[in-house]
Design a protein around this ligand. Structure first.
Ligand code: FAD
Length: 392
């Protein structure tokens, strides 16, 4: 019998705890049993399959990462990484849906909410009874949003009035609420608000025509004199510092997306090379194809090692911005190279949705550019190692 495709060549995941292995297997079986059979249909329709939410709820994954009071489990980042890895091997969009809700949005309330706000939202978020979204990026730009945020908030009596636009906001087309980041017109400070779906002045348009992550629904949000009560302003947000802390916490997860996406593409390519025959034998016999496969495996192996190390540092409290930034830069670049080689290994069949690898190929383009583009994360590392900031 031929060797089974296995992206964990060095057995790095063999050292997981029993609980971590159980979660990994539960996500694997959910992705293969529930998501894989329907994902191409939803990809074609540019739509998120909301019927998977009850099953995700039964898996109880957010409770493996967070406690109800908004503190993290001791191995939270490793656990999030494993969930992301297994999901992305099959479908990156599903991991993004989960990451936006359980990562960015949950962290906004966990880090920025009062005790009362945490009690109101976090338990229901952990059980996916309410779905959240995270609204930071604006049409005029994502990279500069810390300095050039145009969405404003103005105190008015017992509430606030929000005006502006947000772009690319994942899950926002059907979320129960979106955390909106806005600049105070008086103090210039960045503030966070829980804006509930249906609030007058808050409108969401689905972004159409994406070539990547088509199963995630991204919204363009318009805020026109949108009134939010003071009780829905995130009470513990300390300006941009809190937003940056949330982004730092979730950046490791994006690096893990790159690991999972590349691992899935590698396993598909190896399986194909073992069965597709040309010149009378499986193409895996040819040296050039073996070179592709070994290069892919090298990328996946080093990406996995880097992300495990990063996650252990995050859980130990020693990870800094530049560590997460370098991991995101390197894993995304290696993922891009890997999915291209996997696509190439499939020949013409590689561009057909039905063969799986095409979805990994295009999804990588989004991973490459969101949650800090390759360039911006590079500059974060550059600043840390040289002592000079190239941003301004
Ligand atoms: P820009 O900032 O306009 O950058 C354009 C180019 O210029 C990039 O190559 C960039 O690296 C480069 N550049 C900019 N400044 C510099 C500089 N100083 N030096 C060198 N190069 C520079 N945002 C949310 O808030 N919530 C979400 O849920 C969300 N989900 C997303 C999902 C998808 C599929 C995508 C594509 C994006 C999502 N985003 C979300 C937004 C994402 O984080 C931004 O796209 C990202 O931050 C980049 O911003 P931009 O697209 O405006 O690019």
């Amino acid at each position: 019998a031929l060797p089974e495709p296995n992206a964990d060549f060095f057995g790095q995941l063999g050292e997981l705890t029993d609980e971590q292995k159980d979660v990994q297997m539960a996500v694997r079986s959910f992705m293969q049993g529930t998501v894989a059979p329907i994902m191409n249909e939803y990809w074609s329709r540019d739509e998120f399959p909301k019927q998977i939410i009850p099953e995700l709820r039964r898996l109880g994954l957010p409770r493996r990462v967070w406690n109800e009071d908004g503190t993290r489990k001791p191995d939270a980042t490793v656990m999030e990484g494993l969930i992301t890895l297994e999901a992305c091997k099959v479908d990156v969009s599903t991991a993004v849906f989960f990451g936006v809700h359980t990562g960015l949005t949950f962290a906004s309330i966990a880090l920025g909410g009062s005790a009362q706000q945490k009690a109101e939202w976090l338990p229901r978020m952990l059980d996916l009874e309410v779905i959240g979204a995270f609204g930071l990026t604006e049409p005029e730009g994502g990279s500069q949003v810390s300095q050039g945020m145009r969405t404003t908030c103005r105190r008015d009596g017992d509430g606030w009035v929000l005006n502006g636009e947000k772009k690319w906001i994942g899950n926002s087309t059907f979320s129960d609420f979106t955390v909106i980041w806005a600049r105070d017109v008086e103090t210039q400070e960045v503030r966070g608000f829980i804006v509930r779906a249906g609030t007058p002045g808050y409108e969401v348009q689905k972004i159409q025509g994406k070539i990547a992550l088509r199963i995630v629904e991204n919204g363009q949000i318009s805020l026109k004199d949108c009134r939010v009560p003071e009780s829905d302003r995130l009470q513990e947000v300390r300006g941009w510092r809190t937003t940056a802390e949330i982004l730092r916490l979730t950046r490791a997860g994006v690096a893990w997306q790159a690991v999972g996406c590349a691992a899935g593409a590698y396993e598909l390519a190896l399986g194909y090379a073992q069965t597709r025959e040309q010149f009378g034998k499986p193409i895996g016999n040819f040296q050039l194809i073996q070179n592709h496969l070994v290069h892919m495996l090298g990328n996946v192996t080093t990406n996995l090692a880097l992300c495990l190390r990063l996650s252990h540092m995050a859980d130990a409290g020693t990870m800094r911005d530049e560590h997460a930034a370098l991991a995101k830069v390197i894993t995304a670049a290696r993922c891009r190279e890997t999915v291209a080689l996997a696509r190439e290994t499939f020949g013409g069949n590689g561009i057909l949705l039905e063969n799986g690898v095409a979805k990994h190929f295009t999804d990588t383009e989004a991973i490459y550019s969101y949650e800090g583009t390759n360039e911006i994360n590079t500059l974060v590392v550059g600043r840390a190692i040289t002592g000079f900031s190239a941003f301004v």
